[in-house]
Write a protein that binds this ligand. Sequence first.
Ligand SMILES: NC(=O)c1ccc[n+]([C@@H]2O[C@H](COP(=O)([O-])OP(=O)(O)OC[C@H]3O[C@@H](n4cnc5c(N)ncnc54)[C@H](OP(=O)(O)O)[C@@H]3O)[C@@H](O)[C@H]2O)c1
Length: 283
Amino acid sequence: MHSATDTFTLANGNTIPCIGFGTWQAKGDAGRAAVLAALKAGYRHIDTAAAYGNEPEVGAAIAESGIPREQIFLTTKLWNKQRGYESALAACDESLQRLGTDYLDLFLIHWPANAKQFPDSCEEINQATWRAMEKILADGKARAIGVSNFHPHHLEVIAQTATVTPMVNQIEFNPGFTQPNVVTYCQNRNILVQAWSPLGSGRLLNDANLAVIAGHYGKSVAQLCIRFALQRGILPIPKSVTPARITANLNVFDFEITKADMTTIDDLPVFGNSGHHPDDIGF
Ligand SMILES: NC(=O)c1ccc[n+]([C@@H]2O[C@H](COP(=O)([O-])OP(=O)(O)OC[C@H]3O[C@@H](n4cnc5c(N)ncnc54)[C@H](OP(=O)(O)O)[C@@H]3O)[C@@H](O)[C@H]2O)c1
């Protein structure tokens, strides 16, 4: 990888730019301006979700950028209240409308239904929702489909009835919270792992251990965290609404974290994660 427009290849052969721009909590005018700044800085991969409440602004920024739609990789996600076959189909249409586009590059199920909320039906719900994703793919409304926050046992359940394997699993991944069991499971099955909160939503950025390691390369902790994901074969999607940070977060292709430093980062204790576990969430 030499730039943010270098790509990973998904299981269906489609390519995906190796750094995405995260947009959670980037709403309204600030969200539109951030996406526009990201496109100007060189990002060609934007990550949003119905739940972020910013699909209209993301779509507006893409239109305003003047960059042809086909040069931008656009992801959105199905929110938890719209799981199930018919409901997921409708949700996709609603996202397309809000984004002002007639196709998604990637559509993800945001979180699996869990047994805590749906003790008798979570497995059927996840299977039915995945059937809708397959229909959305077949209809050309999304060019790739995947999941988010799925652990191996959730993936095993949808595999029982799936005809298409998820192409992506977007999970929380950052120094101290590397979820090796999920990553290994996915990478062994050609499911691309994406890293959400690659900077721990900002919680990692003042960490003294990471600052020392970043200093080995003359880089910021944010750049170290982004590079750490890439060197694990994982696609990071850092978010910022600050133009200088938006640009700096792409400047991660002129250094390589040594094996020893990668191991040190791998061995850090858990300290900056969100605490959301897919089997525990109540939203
Ligand atoms: N699938 C899921 O369930 C899920 C969950 C959470 C997030 N996501 C996705 O992942 C994306 C990234 O995660 P995230 O938004 O939680 O957090 P993140 O990218 O880990 O961190 C963003 C925070 O770090 C700050 N920041 C960014 N670059 C910086 C830099 N170079 N120097 C100093 N501070 C910097 C930002 O501040 P400013 O914005 O103020 O500059 C913001 O507070 C989201 O936006 C969303 O697209 C997905």
